[in-house]
Design a protein around this ligand. Sequence first.
Ligand code: ZN
Length: 174
Amino acid sequence: MPEITVTIVDHTNSPQLTPLIQKHLSDIFVDLLSTPSDVGVVNIRTTAIKPKADDQDLVLHFVENIANSYVAANMPGPPIKPIDGGVTRPGPNMTGSEFYKFPTDQNGNSMGQFKAVGYAKLAAHEAMHNVSGLNNDKLHPQGGVGGSPPHLPVNDANRKAFQAGLGKIPKQLL
Ligand SMILES: [Zn+2]
C-alpha cells in the first residue's frame, strides 16, 4: 500500500486554520498516492515545534510571508519571487518546502487570506516539487496540483510523478 508520513510545521500561530488545511491536504495526498488497485495511506500531523529528523518522510513549513521565509533563512539561494505562494529549494544535503499565509501578486501586493483548501493546494504543489524532484519547467505543464497556480482535481500526471518519487524522498529541512 503506498504510504506517506507528513509533518506541517506551523510558524504562523494559526491553531484554528491548520486543522482545516491538514484535512484538505490529507485528501489531496490520498488521491496522489492512489492507484487503480490501491488506496493511499496518509499519516499527517501539524506541530508548532521543530520535528525530529526521522519522524516523517516530508516536512511542509507554513510561514507568514516571503519576508519571513524559513527556507531562505536556512538554505541560501536566489530571491523568492513575490508571486510564489510557496517555495521548494533542493540543496546538496536536504530539500526545504514552505507555503505562505499571506501570498502576494507579482507586484508584491497582498492577495488577502485564502480559504483552507487554497492553502492545501499551495502545500500540495510544493510537496509535488519536493517528492518528485521536478523543477518548475517540468512540473508546471502537468496542470492539476502540479500547475502554477495549482488546481484540483489531481490528475494522472501528478499521481505518476508523485508515486515515482516516493521511495527516494530527499532529506528534509526540519
Ligand atoms: Zn511550482
